[in-house]
Design a protein around this ligand. Structure first.
Ligand SMILES: Cc1cc2nc3c(=O)[nH]c(=O)nc-3n(C[C@H](O)[C@H](O)[C@H](O)COP(=O)(O)OP(=O)(O)OC[C@H]3O[C@@H](n4cnc5c(N)ncnc54)[C@H](O)[C@@H]3O)c2cc1C
Length: 500
C-alpha cells in the first residue's frame, strides 16, 4: 500500500454499483476520506434483488466468476471474504438446450465434459485445444489489460511490445476463433455465447474474447448462498467497518467544474459537496452529457463507446418445478448468427433469441417455496434506439415470444404455472441504473467500433475526474467492474503523486 494522503483528502464517488463500491473501499484503504453517493434506496446498482410472495429473485447478475478479485477488497482491510459472503461452486456450469432435443452440459470436470462432447459428435481433443487457446488469451489479457489497468493503445504498446501484441489473434472475430477449433454447430454456438458476459456479438467481438471460457473452466463458476445480493450486503458491512460514508437516495445532478478540474458535486436538492477527486460510477457518456453538460461536438467523439445490449428481465415465481432445468440454462437460437445480427446490427427484437434462464432454486431451496421454482429469464435485446423507439407495451408483447419458445422447448404449460411475475424492460433498466440507453454491461465489445477498448478510467478533460464501471476498461461484468474500482484507486494515487 502507498504512503497515505493527507487524511482530509476527500473523494466523492457518484453511484454505488459494484464498481463504485470497489473504488470507495479501495480508496478508503489508501487513506482517503470517501463519500459514496447513490440515487437509489439500495446499494449495489444492477446487483439488486426482489423478494415477493416467498420468492427471491436476483434482478441483475446471477453468475459470480473470478471471486478472488472480490476477495481482494476484504484482504485490503485484513479481512476474509468468507466471513462476509458465503459462496460455493455450481454444477453443471451451464445446461444448453437445442431445438432438436440435444442438451449439452458444461462442466470443468474433464471426463464428464468429454462424455458430453462425444455424445454430440465433437472430438474432446478439439475442445481441449480450444481451452488451451483460451487460456493463452486469458493469461495475456490478464497480465496487462486486467492487472495493470491499461487504458490506451500507447499503454498497450509499451506494456506488451509488438511480439506479444500479435498473440492477441487480432485478425479474427471471436466466432472465427471458435471455428478454428470446434466442429459441431452445438459447441460453436455454446462457446460463441460466452460473449453474453459482456452483452456483445461473437460475430463482431475480437477473437481475444475467447479468453472468457478460461474464467469458468479454470476459476470455476460460483453462487452466493441466499442470492447474489448477499455480495452487496457483505460489502455494506465492509464499507461501514472501514468508515466510508454512504448516502443513499441522493441523486447527483451536476459535477462542479473549473478550468480542467472538478471541485465537487451538487445533489438534485441543491446541496454542494466539495471534493478533491470525483469518481463517477455513472457511465461515461451520461456523466459527460448530464452531469457536465459537455458540447455535442465533444460527445460525438465518444460515439465509438456504443452501449452493449440491453435485456428483458422476466422473473417468474412458479407453483411447480421443472426438473430438467439446471441452475443456469440456455435455450439456444436455431440460428445464432441471425440472433446476433438482429440484436447488434439491425437493432431489432429477435424472433428466436438465445435465452438465458436461471433457476437458482435448483441449488438454493431458500429462494422459492418448497416444490416451486423461481425463474429469471433474460433474452438479450437491443439497447434503446431513439430512431426505433419501443414502448413498454411493445416489450410486454415480446415477452410472449419468449414464453412461446420456452414452452415449445420443454417447459410445458409454463404460463399456467406462474404465480408471481415481474418484468424489467430496457426502459426500466435505463431509469433504475441511468445506464446509457438501457445497456446492461456498459460498452459493447466490437472490433470495428472500438477493438474491445472502453473509455479510459481518468477523464481526458478534467484531470481529477475518474470513472469506474462497465463503460471504462476493462468493461462490464461483476469481476471486471470490481477490478476496475481497484485499478482506479491505484490511478488516483499515482496521479496525486505525479501532480503533487
Ligand atoms: C439482468 C442482468 C444480468 C447480469 N448478469 C450478470 C452475471 O450473471 N454476472 C456478471 O458478472 N455480471 C452480470 N451483469 C452485469 C453486471 O451486473 C454489471 O456489469 C455490473 O454490476 C455493473 O456495475 P457498475 O458498477 O458498472 O454499474 P451499476 O451497477 O449500474 O451502478 C451504477 C450506479 O450508479 C448510480 N447512479 C447513476 N447515476 C447517478 C447519479 N447521478 N447520482 C447518484 N447515483 C447514480 C445508479 O443508480 C447505480 O446504482 C448483469 C447485469 C444485468 C442487468
Amino acid at each position: 500500500m502507498s504512503a497515505h494522503p493527507e487524511p482530509s483528502r476527500h473523494v466523492v464517488v457518484i453511484g454505488a454499483g459494484l464498481g463504485g463500491i470497489s473504488a470507495a473501499v479501495s480508496l478508503a484503504q489508501e487513506g482517503y476520506r470517501v463519500t459514496l453517493i447513490e440515487k437509489n434506496a439500495w446499494l449495489g446498482g444492477k446487483l439488486s434483488e426482489l423478494k415477493a410472495e416467498g420468492y427471491t429473485f436476483d434482478l441483475g447478475p446471477s453468475i459470480l466468476t473470478l471471486p478472488h478479485i472480490l476477495e481482494r477488497l476484504f484482504e485490503g482491510s485484513g479481512r476474509k471474504m468468507a466471513d462476509y459472503i458465503p459462496i460455493r461452486t455450481v454444477r453443471p456450469h451451464w445446461r444448453c438446450f437445442f431445438e432438436d432435443g440435444v442438451v449439452v452440459d458444461l462442466t470443468p470436470e474433464q471426463e464428464e465434459m468429454d462424455e458430453q462432447l462425444r455424445a454430440i459428435g465433437e472430438n474432446p481433443d478439439n475442445f481441449r485445444r480450444f481451452l488451451e487457446y483460451s487460456a493463452e488469451l486469458y493469461d495475456l489479457t490478464a497480465e496487462g489489460y486486467f492487472e495493470q489497468g491499461l487504458d490506451t493503445a500507447a499503454e498497450f504498446r509499451e506494456f506488451y511490445g509488438l511480439w506479444k501484441f500479435s498473440r492477441f489473434d487480432l485478425f479474427r472475430s471471436m466466432h472465427q476463433g471458435v471455428c478454428r477449433f470446434l466442429e459441431t454447430r452445438y459447441m460453436r454456438d455454446v462457446m460463441d455465447f460466452f460473449i453474453k458476459y459482456v452483452g456483445s456479438s461473437a460475430l463482431r467481438a475480437p477473437a481475444f474474447m475467447n479468453s472468457m471460457p478460461t474464467i469458468q473452466f479454470r476459476h470455476d463458476l460460483w453462487y452466493v448462498d441466499g442470492g447474489l445480493y448477499n455480495i452487496a450486503r457483505g460489502l455494506r458491512r465492509l464499507l461501514d467497518e472501514i468508515g466510508v460514508e454512504v448516502r443513499l437516495e441522493t441523486d447527483i445532478a451536476a459535477i462542479l467544474k473549473d478550468a480542467g478540474r472538478v471541485n465537487g458535486v451538487v445533489t438534485r436538492h441543491g446541496e454542494e459537496i466539495p471534493a478533491d477527486v470525483v469518481v463517477s460510477n455513472m457511465e461515461v457518456i451520461p456523466t459527460y452529457r448530464h452531469l457536465l453538460d459537455e458540447s455535442p461536438e465533444f460527445l460525438r467523439r465518444l460515439r465509438r463507446f456504443e452501449p452493449s445490449c440491453s435485456g428483458l428481465v422476466l422473473d417468474l415465481g412458479l407453483d411447480r418445478q421443472y426438473p430438467q432445468l439446471a441452475h443456469h440454462n440456455f435455450f439456444m437460437s436455431k440460428n445464432q448468427a441471425v440472433h446476433f445480427k438482429t440484436v447488434f446490427q439491425k437493432r431489432k427484437l429477435p424472433s428466436d433469441p438465445t435465452i438465458y434462464l436461471v433457476a437458482a432454486s435448483r441449488t438454493d431451496p431458500t429462494v422459492a417455496p418448497e416444490g416451486c421454482d423461481c425463474l429469471k429469464i433474460l433474452p438479450h435485446i437491443p439497447y434503446i434506439d431513439e430512431e426505433r423507439s419501443l414502448t413498454r407495451e411493445d416489450y410486454l408483447a415480446y415477452k410472449e415470444t419468449i414464453l412461446d419458445k420456452l414452452e415449445r422447448m420443454g417447459l410445458e404449460d409454463l404460463r399456467s404455472h406462474v404465480r408471481y411475475e415481474h418484468v424489467l424492460t430496457p426502459l426500466d433498466i435505463h431509469e433504475r441504473y441511468r445506464s446509457n440507453k438501457g445497456s446492461i454491461y456498459g460498452v459493447v465489445v466490437d472490433r470495428f467500433k472500438n477493438l474491445g477498448f472502453k473509455a479510459p478510467k481518468q477523464s481526458e478533460r478534467y484531470e481529477n475526474l475518474f470513472f469506474v464501471g462497465g463503460s471504462v476498461n476493462p468493461g462490464g461484468g461483476m469481476p471486471m467492474v470490481t477490478l476496475c474500482g481497484q485499478n482506479v484507486a491505484r490511478k488516483v494515487v499515482e496521479w496525486e503523486r505525479g501532480s503533487g
